[in-house]
Design a protein. Structure first.
Length: 386
């Protein structure tokens, strides 16, 4: 998860060099990342079904090899359409098999009575990857260029992710819930309101966080912050999110998903307000405040949604069901990534883009409350199997 998310997030520092390289608007270049995040969501049900059938070892190793191939080809792209095809589609398809949904699902099946905390612990790899690879990618771009940076990221997938996942496996039936749980098929799950409210949570989370994650560095640079400092700030968000992820996992187990998400996304809204303050004043204190408040919210949507989904729909089809819920994040992240750039191009600033991100977080909280009411995932038994 560390290498996968770090690779995805590294596009934020490739973004402005690509704008200069291909002489296109920010909205057009952001469409490259939209392809990746769209496949991260759209590929989730297929990754989940493959996980149910083949297990994590073959899924994760094959996905890493495919992503590495896409990045290597992207490093040789001579036009924006070729970059969309190689980076956005080929690498995006491979990265989708390594994303949070299948990894969180494996962990949730090992620890059915402590889902929130177990998922949060596993998800620490996500911010650690951002913290390590975003500043590293900025240094590589400054010294070697964006093409060499993509080649090095491909190498990390091959030399780290492929061999490490040779140890992956699912728990035996006595640990998982497949043998005796109230099993639900995909067809049965999609007929429940909770399924669609959890999908809405994934969608709105994708809109808000993908927009900020991609455009925060560019906004800070526009406000007068040095590019390396801005990249380091985005990496620092990942460090702060270590505490935020652990906190939201504990809160999910003890308070229920909706209350946990309300607290976390409330902090995220404050962080978005701090970005607005940075854009308006250029004062570095706003960037520091953004790192703190936004960092505490980073990653919480996926943790809460996965914990709630595995509790509501546990059984042998849980991978496919959770994947179909997570598929909504792809369109949401694609809209957020593209929308931030498009609104900048249309208005000449990021004000309306920040409003869109804030509204998405509010809608995500409302969706979580609706899902909790439908499935009865309350504080007395927030994520335990029913």
């Amino acid at each position: 998860m560390a290498v996968q998310n770090g690779t995805v997030m590294a596009f934020s520092v490739l973004y402005l060099p690509l704008v200069r390289e291909f002489a296109e608007g920010r909205g057009v270049v952001a469409a490259v990342q939209s392809g990746v995040v769209l496949l991260l969501g759209l590929g989730a049900p297929f990754a989940g079904a493959a996980l149910d059938r083949w297990g994590p070892r073959r899924l994760f190793q094959g996905g890493a090899a495919l992503a590495a191939l896409g990045l290597l080809l992207a490093s040789q792209a001579t036009s924006l359409p070729l970059l969309v095809l190689t980076y956005g589609v080929l690498a995006g398809a491979g990265l989708s098999t390594l994303g949070s949904p299948p990894n969180m699902l494996v962990v949730a099946q090992w620890f059915p009575h402590r889902r929130g905390r177990a998922i949060a612990l596993a998800d620490l790899g996500t911010p650690l990857g951002t913290f390590a690879l975003v500043p590293l990618s900025q240094l590589l771009v400054d010294r070697l260029g964006w093409r060499a940076s993509l080649g090095i990221l491909a190498g990390l997938l091959l030399v780290v992710v492929v061999p490490v996942n040779g140890l992956q496996r699912l728990p035996p039936a006595t640990h998982a819930q497949s043998a005796s749980a109230d099993t639900r098929s995909v067809a049965g799950a999609v007929r429940t309101p909770a399924f669609w409210w959890l999908a809405a949570l994934r969608f709105f989370t994708g809109v808000g966080f993908a927009l900020i994650n991609l455009h925060a560095v560019a906004l800070a640079v526009d406000a007068g912050v040095a590019a390396l400092v801005a990249a380091a700030a985005l990496g620092s968000v990942a460090v702060v999110s270590l505490a935020g992820r652990l906190a939201v996992g504990w809160l999910t187990d003890h308070l229920g998903p909706a209350r946990a998400l309300s607290l976390s996304f409330g902090s995220g809204l404050v962080g978005i307000g701090c970005l607005a303050g940075l854009a308006a004043t250029g004062r570095p204190a706003w960037l520091a405040a953004f790192v703190l408040f936004y960092g505490l919210a980073q990653g919480s949507g996926g943790i809460v949604a996965t914990a709630a989904a595995t509790a509501a729909f546990h059984g042998p089809a849980v991978g496919a069901i959770t994947g179909w819920i997570a598929v909504a994040s792809g369109p949401g992240e694609a809209l957020g990534a593209w929308g931030g750039g498009a609104l900048y191009d249309w208005t000449g600033g990021y004000g309306y883009a920040l409003l869109l991100a804030g509204a998405a977080l509010v809608a995500g909280v409302a969706s979580a409350w609706q899902a909790q009411r439908q499935e009865g995932l309350h504080a007395d038994a927030p994520t335990h199997p029913r």
